[in-house]
Design a protein around this ligand. Sequence first.
Ligand code: DOR
Ligand code: ZN
Length: 346
Amino acid sequence: MTPTPETLSLIQPDDWHLHVRDGDALTSVVPATAGQFGRAVIMPNLRPPVTTAEAALAYRDRIMAAVPEGVRFEPLMTLYLTDRTRAEDIARAKDAGVVAVKLYPAGATTHSDAGVTDLRHARPALEAMQRVGMPLLMHGEVTDAEVDVFDREAVFIERHLHTLRGDFPALPMVLEHITTAEAAQWVAQAPGPTAATITAHHLLYNRGALFVGGLRPHWYCLPVLKRERHRQALVAAATSGNPRYFLGTDSAPHPAHLKEHAAACAGCYTAPQAMALYAQAFEDAGALHRLEGFASCHGPDFYGLPRNAATLTLVRQAQQVPESYPLGAHHIKPLVAGQTLRWRVA
Ligand code: DOR
Ligand code: ZN
């Protein structure tokens, strides 16, 4: 047995799925990510959503303005797919350096009301993306009220993914924040350029975490946490070394008063502890040696971008997580508020 390392140096990781919001909230949360990650794929679900190259570039400037002095961080911008996204919108986004397009089925999650109501409407955009090799990032859940909320990812795969993969064989596709054994398996076996991001919270927790000692809104996200057998399938996928799986925190900041609410917002705020949480999950699986591939190599390789030149060092040293952070005029609670984590960033 090799001894547990006290420090772990990695090629600097990237976050391939991140929400940073806008305005004061953006200013509050961007430093947490920029302190660990070289780049992050920025989700476009603002109000109004980021649907044009111009909006993406303006948003990028606002994010850059929130990066602390002397820190190198690159936001990778995405476009929000709607029923009306045209092939020209895709071409312009590509020229502007937008890296990907995000599919929210209308009504699936936070700020998804402008999303796609029927995938047939998205075909011209998907054809244009396939032509230029621009990845489609998918929130993979059906929205039908009749489908049990815990089954919506598996049903999305059955109803839409097999067809979509067959219809657009060369389109790079990323199934985001996968939560089920079915999703992990689909990603492993699908033909064509296919990948998935996996969050730290879906690696560390099953749906029981939503009910420990009472209803726990900070553990509520979409897709919702699933049974233990699914968590185990995700851990197996993330630690397998398969380059189709990579890191995406889906850190989704909401002010504490909207999380601790009768209709709590979906989203876990994990950005400040992201690498510590992933290190814990990989260590628990006896797979710390696989963390660098997952966090730092598979993502850039899939997107056709260089791996980061910098490194990030994690130290095996207990850290106490703060109870809350300022979020503009409000405050925000990190997912693991008050807990002690085993790892911290050096
Ligand atoms: O839990 C979630 N929060 N899931 C999503 O898909 C969106 C995100 C958000 O924007 O808050
Ligand atoms: Zn997300």
